[in-house]
Design a protein around this ligand. Sequence first.
Ligand SMILES: [Zn+2]
Length: 393
Amino acid sequence: MKILLLLFLVSWAIAHPTGESHRDKRQAAKLSTKWTNGQVNYYFGGTPLRDRRPMILNQMNYIQNRTCIKFVENKDAWQRIKIDLNDFTSCRSKVGAPGSRSNPGGEEVLEVGHCAIIFGTHIHELMHSLGIIHEHQRPDRDDKLNISQAEVVRRGLQIDMGIANWGTTSLLTPFDHGSVMAYDINHYEPPIMSAKDKDSDYTLGNRRVSFHDMYKVNKFYECSCPKELPCQNGGYTNPGDCSKCNCPRGWFGALCNEAPCGGSCVLQAKPEWQTKTVNTSYQFTGDNMDGFTSYFHHIQAPYGMTIEIKIEKLDKFICRSSCNHNGIEIKYRMDHTTTNPLICCLNEKQPFAQKVISSVKNPTVIEVYSKDRTEPAAATFSYRYIDEAIRFG
Ligand SMILES: [Zn+2]
């Protein structure tokens, strides 16, 4: 029986790589409501084969460490969620706190039995519970995504794939292909969604949790600190710990003005190509259980020079949409606070990754990451700078 169940679960997970049910009929049922004072009361129910509680508690901590949201275990609270761990439950949540805006309170059930065992899937469901909709259902999503409306209607997916016009909460931050709230392009088979920016196709569905995911929660709940810090590089004072800033990926220190590894991971570009190999393997660092470990570098050039990067080799990388096993993010675009295109393939699936990537940023952040339970992997890239003034002068 257990083997049969496992086989069923494995086949289900393959069919639904992001882990979420597409049968949720309640998502757009009500305007999203907020938890009073940002306090989410919860309790666990059910007895699963695998105890997900440590993983879920870890992901709650991830949110708490970066926002003013607090998770409190209290099954008698007037406003609460039951986190149903049973294996035969789905993977879904109501959007917003229990009750309605005019009559908040009561109990909602957050089903996690079929959520994929990967960091970010429970954050996705918890964010629904906080009132956040899917990234691909934002009112502005048609600027960024191609979604076959005919297929949506034909397959009856209007609720999961339609625009949530009431979901203006999502507009508090820019559209982010790397949001934990976006589906993988292969969530449905055959696919019905792709990115208008082809280079971002494999970024959709990534589960690392983006900078803007937490920023959106902070804005929706109007989280703040008594004193604003002078955060740099797009960071903002962290309502989860007012003594430091929340930083975009690749920037460190209390004020987001420090390079990775205390400065020892800065690569000085020259006019000629140099090569660097970054080895990655998962390490538990506090709030990334079943999650990702990232290795950051800055590539730096003299003022006014343009940095170029070429991926030379991806060793043991798993080439799959959403780049959820290993990947590289190069912050080469103007907006480094949103997720730049993720790379996990060096073939025709990601043609842009085979070319020289020209960056508008100096320094340019380059991140190589690996997920728990993937083999150690390595990425090799080359970098240099060119003088655009000479080329175009
Ligand atoms: Zn969802």
